[in-house]
Ligand binder design. Sequence first.
Ligand SMILES: [Zn+2]
Length: 461
Amino acid sequence: MREIKTKGGIGTEIYVKPNPKEKYWDPEIETMDPEKIKEYQLEHLKYMVKYCYDNSPYYRKAFDEAGVDPNKIKTLGDTKYLPFTTKQVERERQEASPDFGDMTCVSEEEIVYASASSGSTGVPTISPFTARDLDEFQDYEARLFWSIGMRPEDRYVHALNFTLFVGGPDVIGAMRTGALGVWAGTIPSERLLFILKSFKATMTWTTPSYAWHLGETAKKQGMDPRKDFNLKKIIVAGEPGGSIHSTRRAIEDLWGAELYDFYGLSDLFGANAGMCEAKNGLHIYEDHHIVEVLNPDTLEPVGDMERGELVLTTLRKMARPMIRFRTGDIVTVTHEVCECGRTHPRIMGIHGRLDDMLIITGVNVFPSDIEAVVRGDKRLTGEYRINVYKEQHLDRFDVEVEKVNSVSIDKETLSKEVKNAIKTRVGIAPRNVIILEDGTLPRATHKAKRVIDKRKGVWSE
Ligand SMILES: [Zn+2]
C-alpha cells in the first residue's frame, strides 16, 4: 500500500497515497489461510491473557477465581475457560476504580484517546486507547472502507456523532484510504443534504433509519435523491436494518446507491465488522478478535449459520483488552470463504440485541424480523411500531404500519395479508395489524424506537 508518492502540504515532506488498484488494504492478513490465522490468534491469545493478568487487577482476580493459569493456555479451545466480561462488569469496574476502571492495563500517561458511550441507563462507559490502539483502530477502519471500494478519488461525508462517540474518529480511517474526509457529524437534515449535494459526496455513513429519513426529507424538499446527489455508496450501522434484505433494498432504491452495513461496539472499535463489495455478510477480522457465537442460555457454541450471541476477545488492544466480551447481539456467522477472497468469518445477520428480543407466548420474536416483512411490502411506507401487551394473561402484540397513499387496496385485505406474512416469518401472528395513513408514525432522526412493551410499561430499547 505504499506505491504512489505525491507531494504533501506544509510541514509534510512526502505523503504517500495508497494505490487505488490494490484490491485489499492488507492482502496478507485479509486473505490469510484460516490455519495460519489460528496460529496467529493462539500466539496473541497467550500473550494477551498473560498481559491482562500482569497488568489489570480486575483480570488477575477474575482469572484466579476462574482457576485460569495464564501459562497454561495451550490451544484456542482454551478460550472457553476464560471468564466472560459484560457491559455490566465494565461499568462496575469503572465505578469501583475511577476513571478508567481496573480492567485497564496501562497508566493514564499512555492513554491518548477515550470515547464515552452514553448508554440508556446512567453512567457513560469509557473506552480508552493507547496511541498504538488508536493507530490500529484507524488502520482497521481503513481496511473496512477500502473493502467497500473507497479510494482516493472519493469524497466521504462522515455523518456520525463526534461528541464522545467512538464512531467519530472513523473519519480518520476513511482519510487514510486517500479519500477526502468531510467532518459533518450529526447536523440538521437540511444542512446535511446541503453538504452532501454541494460537496458532491460519493459516500456517507449514518444509521439505516436516518438514511431513510434523509431520503424522504430530500424528496419533501423537492429533490430527487437518485438524481440530485452524487452518492454512490451509503454505509449504515447501529441498527439491524442494514442487514435486513428488504430494508437495504428500500434504502438503495430511494437513493439509487449501494448500501453497506457496518457493525461496531463502543467498547471496542468504531466498527468491528463491515460488508465488502460482495455485500454478502460483514467480515470480522480475526487478527484483532477471537470470534465466538454462543447459545445465550447454555453459553455453548452454536454452528455456522445458527443464531447465537456474539462474544469477542480482543487480541491487540493494549489500553483495555476485552476478554470474552458478551456483546448482547444475536448474530449468525459463516466461516465459508467469501467470493471477494477474504478468508475471515462473516456475520451474515444481525438479528437484534438480546435485550430487544421479545418473548411472546414463549416464542422469541425479533423486531428485525417484523421489519423485514414491513419493508418488503411495497404497499407500505416502511415505518412501523410494535405494541406488546397482555390480554387475559396472554402475551399479544399489534403491529402498526402505514399504507402508501397512492396504493388502492382496502385496509382490511391489506391488514390480513401483512398479518399472514408476519406469521410466516416470525412463527406467531400479531393480534392486529393496524393500517395507518402515510405520515402518522413518528420519523426517526437517530436510532428508531419501534417497540412499546406495555407488559413492562416502558419503552423497550
Ligand atoms: Zn467479502
